[in-house]
Design a protein around this ligand. Structure first.
Ligand code: XIL
Length: 376
């Protein structure tokens, strides 16, 4: 769907580029003064700042050092997902996340858990599709219950916040997604079950429903579907405490209009009105529709980020901001088909470039952290 006039968008980006490039030049003019770590700017306002670390990047000492300098939280990018922790039924693999957690503890960082049940069929372990569920719901319930129990018990108090259920809503329709568990247990019932078991097994942890509904006009059905789910869970008394806003922004909001942010505020008002907290769980900026020129593109990414963060962080209920990778080469967008740029250039979605040089996006994040209200 075409949302905005591309030429207007490009003109806007070009003008933001000029002003942001000027700001971005300042720190390098005074290279001796290291900017305050993002985690410190965040902590001064009562917010945690984190990074999603994939094991292959974790192995790079420079990547680890940058993560430790900027962040006080990590989340495993993939390594705690069901197909990773149980690649075959009854065969468990925890060594990579355990190694990352041990490092995080040594560095004095906290750990988020992502994710106990990722709903789309594609992201459940392959063996689940072939599993012998027999007649009736009993075996499906046992499989789900045992999985959530085992993973929560394994990670225990090392995880302060869990994405219990990820992406349960079809973005195009706002309906519940269908998978082996929804078919046998009912869509909301199996989500409720996952939350109840997580609460039993990890009573200390914040329990989060996480999804990628965005602020764009064509995300209205996705947002409505998520609200419906949260309302239903609250009505049932399920122990859901927060909504995770994945915040993979930028793919379609080139030239975004203010009206979109009004819709986003309405959505966040509804969610917080239910007594739920918010987290930005997977922040990055897809620059697919931005110009090739690096200065213009980096400025465009920073501008889109600032708009989004200023609104979302203005809610004191937002307690965490996690980026989905901290340096461009580590971004999942480099290989995700839908994010491929027409000009085949690499994406620049994260606060640092591939040689660990800070980009205007880092400045934009720092500026939003400085501007946001203090959490009590
Ligand atoms: C992505 C990882 O970054 C990729 O490495 C992997 O191949 C697929 O999953 N929403 C989520 C994350 O909740 O788990 C996804 O992570 C990105 C989108």
């Amino acid at each position: 769907m075409i949302r905005h006039d591309r030429r207007n968008a490009l003109a806007r980006l070009a003008s933001v580029a000029t002003s942001l490039a000027a700001c971005a030049a300042l720190p390098s003019a005074n290279a001796a003064a290291k900017p305050a770590p993002l985690k410190d700017l965040a902590a001064a306002k009562g917010l945690r700042f984190g990074n999603a670390v994939g094991y292959q990047y974790f192995k790079d000492p420079a990547y680890r050092a940058l993560t430790a300098r900027e962040c006080n939280v990590i989340v495993a990018e993939n390594e705690m997902k069901w197909p990773f922790v149980e690649p075959k039924p009854g065969q468990y693999a925890y060594s990579q996340p355990d190694e990352m957690i041990a490092w995080a503890r040594k560095e004095g960082m906290q750990v988020r858990g992502h994710t106990l049940v990722w709903q789309p069929e594609k992201w459940l372990p392959e063996w689940v599709a072939k599993y012998d569920f027999g007649q009736g719901p009993a075996k499906a319930e046992k499989l789900l219950r045992d999985h959530v129990t085992r993973v929560c018990q394994h990670f225990g108090k090392n995880v302060y916040s869990w994405d219990v259920v990820n992406e349960a809503i079809e973005p195009e329709t706002g309906e519940y997604r269908v998978n082996e568990f929804t078919k046998r247990l009912g869509a909301v019932d199996q989500i409720e079950l996952a939350f109840r078991v997580a609460h039993e097994q990890a009573p200390h942890a914040q329990l989060v429903y996480n999804d990628f509904m965005g602020e764009e006009a064509d995300n209205a059905k996705h947002r409505a579907g998520v609200l419906k789910l949260l309302q239903e869970l609250k009505k049932r008394g399920a122990p859901v405490q927060a909504l995770g806003l994945q915040s993979h922004i930028g793919s379609s909001n080139n030239g975004r209009q203010k009206a979109d942010m009004r819709e986003w505020r309405k959505f966040l008002d509804e969610v917080t009105g239910m007594g739920l907290d918010l987290l930005i769980t997977e922040f990055d900026v897809n620059d697919k529709s931005m110009p090739a020129d690096i200065r213009q593109r980096d400025a465009g990414v920073a501008a889109v980020a600032k708009d989004y963060l200023d609104v979302t962080l203005s809610y004191p209920q937002t307690r965490d901001l996690l980026v989905w990778g901290i340096a461009d080469h580590a971004s999942w967008l480099q290989t995700w088909e839908d994010a491929a740029r027409k000009d085949k250039l690499a994406q620049r979605p994260l606060p640092y470039d591939a040689s660990f040089k800070a980009k205007p996006l880092r400045e934009a994040i720092a500026a939003s952290l400085k501007a946001m209200p203090k959490r009590s």
